[in-house]
Design a protein around this ligand. Structure first.
Ligand code: HEC
Ligand code: HEC
Length: 285
């Protein structure tokens, strides 16, 4: 309980901070645009290198020669919309990366121009080896599940995931709605994408929540394993869960309606209707 209380406070603080700096960002577009390097490091580098080879996403060296500036800006802001609209380049790269999505980045056009400028001029990154990933073990999945909902604490004291996110899983009840539902995130981003995000979140709000309280490697692997399992299970159980939810909603709805009817009618039943009719009848005879 203490844990979830402090989570709520922390998350609220992060949110307030987020909106304040969001407001500030609006009149500081010029200044922010200057820090393409910083933006690249905090928002892109977990998944992309510049000349270091493929990581989660493609090597971005020379991307400004392959694609137009408008295309890159649009892709960074909403790549899936472009794929859905049938943009041939977006579809091709999406297919080439086994349909792993790049999460939309809430960045201004100016900021993305700054990043492109940085990519154009940056020293190439040292070659990287994409991490080899084994299948998660039962223990790792269980630990991930406990960490996700705060049954186990993070070694560095970060907030629980379900203070912001929800996931559909038999053993997890409810969750936050501040950020995306993570049930299908494994299919969306793949294990390397999920692990990259957990190791160094490229989203300002989540970044701030774990800034001084990073997840350990063990925790990242456990959480990624749990999310992988939740995704697989959900795909398997979808029709059944749906039916159960419907039944549950039906029962709850009926109880609420009955309760409403009861309180609605109780007033009328009290002063017996029959009595007043009887009285009237008696008077008129
Ligand atoms: C969580 C991982 C992740 C993050 C963070 C990320 N990307 Fe990507 N990016 C990908 C993946 C995966 C692809 C390729 C598949 C797809 O999304 O369609 C991609 C593709 C791209 C492409 C298309 C490359 C080409 O050759 O056409 C560009 C441009 C790009 N990303 C830029 C960025 C920039 C700029 C940022 C930071 C603001 C960023 N990405 C952050 C994963 C990521
Ligand atoms: C302070 C709130 C907050 C907390 C706590 C938090 N996140 Fe996030 N997370 C976000 C936000 C905001 C995003 C950006 C995408 C969105 O709008 O949902 C995000 C995105 C993600 C994504 C990428 C989703 C996608 O489909 O693009 C993953 C994966 C993720 N979080 C996992 C986790 C895990 C695991 C934890 C627990 C260790 C966690 N998050 C804790 C706020 C949070």
């Amino acid at each position: 309980m203490r844990q979830s209380c402090s989570d709520v406070i922390l998350v609220t603080a992060v949110f307030v901070l987020g909106s304040v700096s969001g407001l500030a960002a609006q009149d500081q577009t010029e200044r922010v645009a200057g820090s393409g390097q910083e933006l690249f490091q905090t928002r892109c580098a977990v998944c992309h290198t510049i000349g270091g080879g493929r990581l989660v996403g493609p090597d971005l060296e020379g991307v400004d020669e392959r694609r137009s500036e408008e295309w890159i800006i649009a892709f960074v802001q909403h790549s899936q919309q472009m794929v859905a609209a049938g943009d041939p380049d977006a579809v091709a790269i999406f297919e080439q990366y086994s349909q792993i999505m790049m999460p939309d980045q809430a960045l201004y056009d100016e900021e993305i121009r700054g990043i492109i400028e940085y990519i154009r001029t940056a020293e190439p990154t040292a070659p990287v080896q994409p991490v080899a990933l084994g299948e998660p073990t039962e223990e790792q999945i269980l630990l991930g599940q406990q960490l996700f909902q705060g049954r186990a604490r993070f070694a560095n004291g970060g907030p629980t995931c379900n203070s912001c996110h929800e996931v559909t899983h038999e053993a997890v009840l409810g969750g936050g709605l501040l950020a995306r539902d993570l049930t299908a995130v494994h299919s969306r981003l793949g294990a390397p994408g999920v692990k990259a995000i957990l190791g160094s979140p490229p989203f300002p709000l989540m970044q701030r929540a774990y800034q001084d309280k990073p997840l350990t490697d063990e925790e990242v692997i456990a959480l990624a394993g749990f999310l992988q399992q939740a995704d697989a299970e959900q795909a398997l159980h979808q029709p059944r869960d749906y039916g159960r939810n419907l039944l549950f909603a039906g029962v709850v709805g009926t109880v609420i309606l009955l309760g409403l009817y009861a309180s609605f009618w109780s007033g009328r039943l009290k002063g017996s209707v029959n009595q007043s009719i009887y009285d009237r009848q008696v008077k008129s005879t």
